[in-house]
Design a protein. Structure first.
Length: 365
């Protein structure tokens, strides 16, 4: 097989719910000269089986299985196995937007940049501070990083040349900011960076909360409580068109409250919070009728699945807790929850996008 132009590295751990959607978003790109490295970081669900099945269907997909070592370890394993001239990192629960690879590669070829950076969609339109594209050279990008420019934060939505990465690797053993540290180390090499004012990457809600509050358990609590409140206290959202955007704003506000309560002052977090602003408010309606349709769907499920729904929805139990309640293993509990998701999908009209999006989003976060 000839050397691919782009190596796309996807670290994944227990990603059975979203991994296929992630890979599908890549295979559907109009630019096709790439390889996909699926790095399974010791998953305990069906992730590895999914990786092998996807690889069997497309020779460009290379599955890599390793002991659990964290996302930095998984990304490093992907870098070592990559054969492409350029590298792109995508997390297993995210997706690429249409024409993402084409847009990134065109900017690289046009500018000769070492790194091409674009924007990512968290459910709302978030443009760059600058109008149009930017090119930074020498110490300019490093200076922008020190000024907390959002273009310099994350590892996603960026195309890297193999030369600029060189022997730089992700710092293993740390849980937060590992991606920002990696990018900062690259900026210290004084690369040429081209920034394009275009959204190329979709970033899911739960992980947005993780980055805002810097804690997985805290993020889960915030997102879970949002949906519990939606079910127990239906609210009318005037002029809402896209539920995902409204949910991002709701999580943003709850994370902001959490940070204030915890007396956490972090300029980067505040900048993320301010990025999703009310000017981008969706125009779609989620009201009592929506909640009623969802409850009707749940009430029509078999008793077994209503019980699982109660534990997951209303009591916000983790898989281990659900397993204890049902007297099954944790893996079996995970399978049953995912079967519940499918039954919910099957029992909601395909035309009822509002109820489908809200239910599936909650069950999958």
């Amino acid at each position: 097989m000839a050397q691919p132009k782009i190596s796309i590295i996807i670290p994944v751990y227990n990603g059975e719910v979203y991994l296929e959607d992630c890979v599908k978003s890549i295979l559907g790109q109009n630019f096709q000269d790439f390889e996909i490295l699926l790095v399974d970081d010791g998953s305990t669900d069906s992730t590895w089986d999914i990786c092998r099945r996807l690889a069997a269907a497309d020779s460009r997909i290379k599955p890599i299985h390793k002991q659990n070592g964290g996302v930095s370890s998984a990304r490093n394993a992907g870098i070592e196995a990559a054969s492409g001239a350029m590298l792109l990192f995508v997390d297993g629960d995210d997706e690429l937007r249409e024409h993402a690879l084409e847009a990134l590669l065109e900017a690289q070829q046009r500018t000769g940049a070492d790194i091409v950076a674009a924007w990512y969609d968290m459910g709302a339109s978030i443009p760059y501070p600058e109008a149009g594209d930017v090119v930074w050279k020498g110490t300019q990008a490093l200076q922008k990083s020190l000024e907390d420019h959002p273009l310099t934060y994350s590892v996603w939505a960026k195309l890297y040349t193999r030369e600029i990465i060189g022997d730089t690797r992700f710092q293993e053993g740390i849980r937060v900011n590992e991606d920002s540290l990696f990018v900062f180390r690259l900026l210290c090499k004084q690369p040429c960076i081209a920034g394009i004012n275009r959204v190329v990457y979709f970033y899911r809600l739960y992980r947005l909360a993780v980055h805002l509050v810097y804690g997985e358990e805290e993020a889960k609590d915030i997102v879970q409580q949002l949906f519990v409140d939606l079910f127990e206290k239906p609210v009318r959202l005037e002029g809402v068109r896209h539920l995902g955007a409204w949910l991002c704003m709701a999580v943003r506000n709850r994370c902001l409250n959490y940070l204030y309560v915890q007396d956490i002052e972090d300029k980067r977090k505040m900048l993320y919070l301010e990025a999703i602003n009310e000017a981008d408010a969706p125009e779609w309606l989620a009201d009592e009728e929506l909640i009623k349709r969802i409850r009707t769907t749940i009430s029509g499920l078999p008793e077994k699945y209503r019980r699982i729904c109660e534990l997951r929805f209303y009591k916000c139990m983790k898989y281990a807790e659900i397993a204890e309640q049902l007297a099954v293993s944790e893996n079996v509990a995970k399978v049953q929850v995912h079967r519940l998701i499918q039954k919910i999908k099957d029992n909601i009209s395909p035309n009822d996008g509002a109820a489908l999006e809200l239910l599936v989003f909650f069950m999958n976060f």
